[in-house]
Structures are given as structure tokens and as C-alpha cells.
Design a protein around this ligand. Sequence first.
Ligand code: XMP
Length: 513
Amino acid sequence: MTSRILILDFGAQYTQLIARRVREARVYSEIHPPTRDLQWIRDWAPDGIILSGGPSSVHGADAPLIDKALLDIAPVLGICYGMQLIAHVSGGEVKRGGRREYGRAEMTVTEADTLFSGFDEGEPVTVWMSHGDHVEQPPPEFTVIATSRSNPVTAFRHRSKPIFGVQFHPEVAHTPRGTEIISNFLFEACKAEPTWTAGAFIESEMARIREQAGSARVICGLSGGVDSSVAAALVHRAIGDQLTCIYVNTGLMRLHETEQVERTFRQHLGIELIVMDAEQRFLDALAGIEEPEEKRRRIGHTFIDVFEDVAASIGDAEFLVQGTLYPDVIESVSAKGGPSATIKTHHNVGGLKPGMKFKLIEPLRELFKDEVRNVGRELGLPEEIVGRHPFPGPGLAIRILSDVDRAKLDTLREADAIYLEEIRSAGLYDEIWQAFAVLLPVRSVGVMGDERTYDNVVGLRAVTSTDGMTADWFPFPPEVLGRISSRIINEVPGVNRVVYDVSSKPPATIEWE
Ligand code: XMP
């Protein structure tokens, strides 16, 4: 039997990262709300249970608590609030507020066993803290296994049962040895088997998609990007011809993109593809609009209008497949009322039309980009699709930093195509997470031949990233940048200046809008 880890989500921003770390260790996991009752959890038969962090205090009036009997169902690891819960229900003392701690801290392992197997006792280990409350006194049957100056009870374990708690966050990258700690919990404490793979994800998602869709018709908006392609391939494998894919030419696509997408999909996926030309509809919807969120809203709504029209023409479709990924979810909606704020309304999550008649199928909603790419490879998609840079749903509209019209789109398309062509021929495409040009709403003076010019400025952006949540600007060799700049200025009419964006995310974002 495949090992299964149950993650109970108490509302932390990092809960999905816990699931991701568990999956990276090749163990299956699911996230569930803390309202699951004991019988449900026993029936689910977890090999281990992880209690996430969360914004509550165990002393708060509405704090989500746990039944002490939960701690006897399977090995348990409590993280941050999860640890405080274990302490609270087992007779320890959790102190409210007082010693807030946020950021890196040094902890010292005092027992290099099970959870800290492979560590050296007395050795300082960097961990990431983010908490208000803390465990002041461990419960009577517990012993401290790591300590730090500001937090004497940094980690504890039960003396005879496999119950562990850590005050820091092993799931975030800022805890460099966090993956080891989570693996120790999985393999030393839970005795889990590392058998879960992208193949296993595909199997379980297919079953879920079949159950959700029943015999209904399903449509999928294909943009040609990695996410929608993988989502389409996965849903197609699950329900075959019940799926119809629709590619909408919004007029906001890159050069020759429509032709490329048509070719690759018919050829590689063997999925029936309807191509809708809706360029004018999108341009009309966007006319005169400068505000980025308003652009997204209008594009999102126009997409749905077009889908509804096409859906009506192929018989009634009940479901719409979206290639929503986890970072879209975190950044677009305040997940579960938690502290994460809305940064941008990514159209495939937050910008859907109210009252739209489709129900959503979002098979990738819990994955990060690199995981999606692995799933795509496992599904047999070619590298030219799987390895593509991300491209946002609203397309070039959010890369024109003013109102959008066809002439500006054509200028940007040409500059962008030269940029990507040069990146490819320099052999740098796969080193970069995403690269694109933006058309700035400023004009600058130049001189071409003996003539004064007063023309557009193009900004270039290229970043490295692992999941799009944080990013660094890409350090191009100067000669590559020089070549790109001179080609764009010489070959694209109306552009006389090129600038390179050297901002990281945060505090900037990847797109300019
Ligand atoms: P930001 O700009 O938020 O981008 O740092 C993170 C990633 O998301 C993409 N992005 C979008 N994708 N609809 C999408 O489908 C959107 O509205 C949108 N805005 C940004 C962006 O290209 C990057 O990969």
C-alpha cells in the first residue's frame, strides 16, 4: 500500500509547502481542514499526521483545537501552531505573545535521533521562525530535543510515542536542512515508503477528474502554455472525447503563437482543437483601458463570453478546465482567510465572471510549476511544450503599460520575438525562468542617421526562479544584451531605446503590471 500522510491545515501560508516537501520525498499527502473528525481520520488510515502552523493562538476564543486522541492514531509532527496544539492538549504551557520571533534563528540540537537523525548534537542549525506564541513548558511526558537562545523549547518529542513538535518552519527554503527534518519524520518516525511519483499523481488525479465530471461535456481553454497543456493532456487521459479544447486567439499572443499551438496540439496530443479568432472582441473590450486589474478583469470576462459561445455550439458543456497552479491561488485569493494578501488577480483564478455557468476542474491547483513540468513529461508531452517559459493568461496586454491597441501589440510582438530568438541562439533559454519585452509608456529622444527621433522605449525582463513566487534578474553576458538591443532598435520601427530591468521579486513582481 502506498504510504499516506495527512496534513491538517490550521491556516498557515506555508501549508502547501509542507505538502510539496512531502511529495518531493515521494510520499503521498493530502491537506484537509482540522474539522475532520477522529473516525474520518482513522478511516483515512494515515501513516503519519502533520499539524500545520496557523495564525491562531491556542488561547483564542475561536481557536481550532485538536482532540488529544488524534495523537494516538499515527505518528504526529506539529509545526509552529501545530506544536503549540500538541503542548496545549497534553498538559504543557503555551505562552501568548510576548516573545514574537520572525526570521532566521540558530537552534542547537540536543538529541540527534529520529527527527534530528544525521544532525550533530551541539551543532548550530539555521531555522526560520515565524510565531507570536511559544511553548513555555513542555508537557510532562515530553522532552526537549532542540533549543535556541530566544526559544528554549524549539523542538520536543514524547518520551515513548512518536509525537514531535517544532516551533520553526522546516518546510520553507530559509530552513536549509528542513527537507532532512521532514524526511526524518516520514522515514524514521512514520516508516513511510518513498514510492509516490508523478505517475501516481496522474493516476489519482484521473480518478478524481472522472468522478467530478461524470458523463458531462468538458471544455478546456488552451493557451499553449505549460499549465493549460498539461491540464488538457491530463483531463484528456481521464475522460477522452468528453473533452473539447478551445484555443482563443485573443490578439494578445506572441508572434506566430497561434499557428504553433495549433500545430503542436493536433500533432502531439491528438486532441480535437477548436480555434476561435476573437482578436477584435478583445481589442474592443480593452480599448482605452490602462489600469492593470481592469485589463485582467475585462480579459477574464471576454474569455468566458467566448467560451460560452463556443460551448453552446458544441452541445452543453458543464465544466471548464483551468491550469491554475498553487502560486496563482496563493497570490490571487486570501487563502482560507489567512494573512496572504491579493497581489494580482491572475485571470484563471480571481478574474472569472460572476455568475458564469461553468463548474471548474483544476487538476493542477496544488502543484508548483516544476511539478507540473514533471507531470507533463510523464504524460509524454514534448519538451517544446513542457520546457516553455510561462506566459500569462492576459498575454501581451499586461506588457503594454498603457492602453492597448493593435499597433502597440505589433511593435511589442516584434521586439519580443527578437529578444527570445537571441536568447535561444545564445543557448540561454533553459537557464531562464521567463523572459519578455514590455512596451513602456514613455518616449525618448534618439538620433538615427542624421535624424532626430522621438520614439518608444522597450524594457527587457529576464528572471530566474523555481516557482514564480520569488525571482532574481538574470545576469546576461553584456554582449548578448548589446546584440538584442541593437537588433530591436534597428529592426523594430518606432523603437529607439532599450532598457534592462534589474529588479528582483520581491519587492518587484515578474510582470510589470
Ligand atoms: P508576477 O508578475 O505576479 O508573476 O510576479 C508570477 C507569474 O505569474 C504570471 N502571471 C500571470 N499568469 N494570469 C496568468 O495566467 C495573470 O494575470 C498573470 N499575471 C502574472 C507571470 O507571467 C509569472 O510567470
